[in-house]
Structure formats: structure tokens, C-alpha cells
Design a protein around this ligand. Sequence first.
Ligand SMILES: CC(C)[C@H](C(=O)O)[C@@H](O)C(=O)O
Ligand code: SF4
Length: 476
Amino acid sequence: MASKPRTLYEKIWDAHVVETRDDGTSLIFIDRHLVHEVTSPQAFEALRLAGRKVRRPDLTLAVPDHNLPTTPRLDADGKRIPIADPQSAAQLAALEANAPAFGIRYIDASAAQQGIVHVVGPEQGFSLPGATIVCGDSHTAAHGGVGALAFGIGTSEVEHVLATQTLLLKQSRTMEVVVNGLLGPGITSKDLILHIIGVVGTAGGTGHVIEYRGQVFETMSVEGRLTVCNMSIEAGARAGLIAPDDTTFAYLKGRPLAPTGDDWDAAVNWWRSLATDPGAQFDKSVTIDAADVEPTVTWGTSPEDVVPVGGVVPDPASFADPSKQAAAQKSLDYMGLTAGQAMCDVAVENIFIGSCTNSRIEDLRAAAEILRGRHKADTIKWAIVVPGSGLVKMQAEEEGLDRIFTDAGFEWREPGCSACLGMNPDKVPPGERCASTSNRNFVGRQGPGARTHLMSPAMAAAAAITGRIADVRDLA
Ligand SMILES: CC(C)[C@H](C(=O)O)[C@@H](O)C(=O)O
Ligand code: SF4
């Protein structure tokens, strides 16, 4: 009898079940564990107290990213410049001590390979198709862009994975987001995922793993796929993934931690078999027409608060649900916007190009393309570009992108999470607005009282030039 058609998610799940229990939970083997400084200190401490070792140090990779200032890390003598904030300094020191103590591969804060954990994983070939990947970080879903089942876990689960290389999980429901057609000129993977979240809503993916399907993803670069999958969590999903294909294999081949020789060939053979079978059923299905996707920006304090750049700030009364109406009004008050205001009239004072959503080489190229030969508006007080890793930074410098940015009035920084969240010195001042390529526009996310508008790198560049939210297609 032919076996039942399965989805990509179900195939990866089945391949990792160690044991299924009567209560429906399964013990799942974890192939890759990424560790950063914020969510790991307690987990290591617990291992130490229990006298345990890390079960598979070879499958674990640690790198600091969240707390590191993005100003130079070494002084003129090559000595480490200390971190001023005591909590950040302590978390970094803990990771630096724990990694060698537990025999874990560690990327130092001043190494060229250092970067945001979700940029580093794929870049190093640590994140692979068909793998189960976890990290104590909600944007772990990013790695789904290479066809991995990747999701964020809490600190107690970090401890569990360190100790056992497994997790006890309930299988998620499956959801497909099918995008028909192709994106128009100037419209990027970021616009697409913002649009998708607008359609699905921040709770639409709850309990599900999303597979993104359709021609648009087949023709998308791995960088673009990582951007899309990164924000799956903002649609409430546990994870998001895209079937690995020749584009994925070409991206991964030769990366430092990717398999080589016969192992590579065997891996590719297996990876090719993972695509969702014809006739496989998803629990939920959403269809989107790519022609409907415009350059997209957020107006509110939730990633679902999206509008095409040519649109206006919505009227809270236009929402059917009274709780949505109240939330929208609260968002407008916080954001300092009024219903009916054209998005293109909204002035911004800060520009942030970075974060695990949009700090890869392709993102920097897209922003530089718009900025080439231009300068930020006088009203822009602060504009920074924060490459996702030291290797992205080096590549950008080889291509002369750093000069384009600095000539345009941007600061060119060291890699890290930076102004994506207020855990390091890069913050947006209270009451000021930021055109940001990150993934969350929550209240206070970029600093207390800061107002965030999410958008693509090219759109953030356009905002820098005009001093307000602008349609990048008018500047291209
Ligand atoms: C600090 C960390 C735990 C957090 C997360 O889990 O996502 C951060 O990366 C974020 O983006 O909010
Ligand atoms: S860049 Fe932002 S979203 Fe990504 S891991 Fe860092 S803080 Fe989280």
C-alpha cells in the first residue's frame, strides 16, 4: 500500500521522533542548538548544579549578539573594550566562560564570524535542510528558510536540550501559505511577509507550522526566504519553512560547517526527498495573490498593523471587533498618528537597517542601491546600518557598500541585534520615529517611547532620503 502523502513538516518530524508517548507527546531529536548570551546563563547554571554535561557539544554553537554594543569592540592595542552595562557584561562573561567549560564551539565577540545567531547559523552551514534546530530565541524560525524545522524555546528547554539533545513536544498542526504569481518591481520578501502577517493576523498561525509555497518562493534567494521564515512567529506560528531546492543547496555548499564529499551528496539526496508530497493535506490553507503585495509598512504596535505605503492610517472604527478598535486607538495614541493620515506624510527621525530579518548582504545591497549618490534628509537625526555578521560586513566592504552608506550620512556599525530591541546602547529616543527593517514594532521595542515603522531595507533607505515614509518605487 502506498504510504500516506506527507508535508515537509511531517517528514522532518517523523525523521526525528525518538519515542511517542501515550499522552500524544513525542521525544524529538534536536540536530542543531544555537546558544546566545541572554537565554543561556541559567540553563548552564542548572547543568552545573545538577553535575551534568552537555550531551552533544558538537551539535551546539554559541555566539553573543543581543547585548553587544555595535561600536568597535577592540581598542588600538587589540584589547577588548569592556561593556558598560553590568547585566550585559555579566551575560557575555557567562557565555564566554560556559562555552569552553562545557566544550561548546564558541564564536568570540570580536571574531569575523560573529553576528546575529540567525544570520550566523545559515552562513556557517550549521543550519541545514531537514534538520531540527532550536535556540532560546523566538526568531529561530528564520532557519526554516533553508528548509529546517526551526523554532524558539524557553530557558528551561535550553537546559533540556543541552542535557539530552532532545525535546518533549506535541506535533503542531500544518498550515500552508500559498502565494500565486510573482512580486512586482521594488517589492521584496519583507513586503511579502508583512503583507502575509496582515492577512493571517498575529494569532492566525497559532499552533501551526507554516509552509510557504508557490512560485514566488521558488524564485526567491535564500536570504529572502530567511526573511520570510524569520517573521513566522509574528503570525503566531511555531515555525515557518520553505522546501529546500537547488537554490538552497548552492547557498550551503562549501560553507564551513556544511557536509562535504560523499556526505554532501547523501545529504542532498535526502533533502530532495523532503518536499511536500502531491496530495498531502494541510490543516489550514491561506492563498495570497502576489499582485496584491505593495511596498508595505506598519502603522501600529503589532506586526499585523500593516498598510501599503500608498495607504492611510486606518480609522479604529473600521475594525469590526471592539477589542481591535480599542487596540487600534491605543496604537495610534502611542504612535502619535491620526486616522486618515497618509502614510507618506509621516516624518521619521531615525533609520535602522539591520536585525536578523534584514541584515544579510542582499539587504545591504538593496538599501545601498537606493542610497547610491544620495544623502539622508537633514531632518534624519540618526541612521545606522548594522550588518548581520562580520562576514556580511566584510563582503559589503569589498563591494564598497560601506562607502555608499557613510557618504549618505549613515553610521556603519559592528554586527549585533542593535536597535532591533533596547538591550544594548542602540536605542531610539522617546517619542521619536524609526523606519526599521526589524521584525517587531511593539511598544518600547526600540527603546522606551520609541515609535517603530517596519519596512524593507530599500524602503528604509527611501525614508532616509526623503525624511518621511516614502514609496521606494518613486526613487528607484
Ligand atoms: C532576547 C530574546 C530572548 C528575544 C527573543 O526570544 O526573541 C529577542 O531576540 C527578541 O527578538 O525579542
Ligand atoms: S535581531 Fe532582533 S529579532 Fe533578531 S534575535 Fe536579535 S533581538 Fe531578536
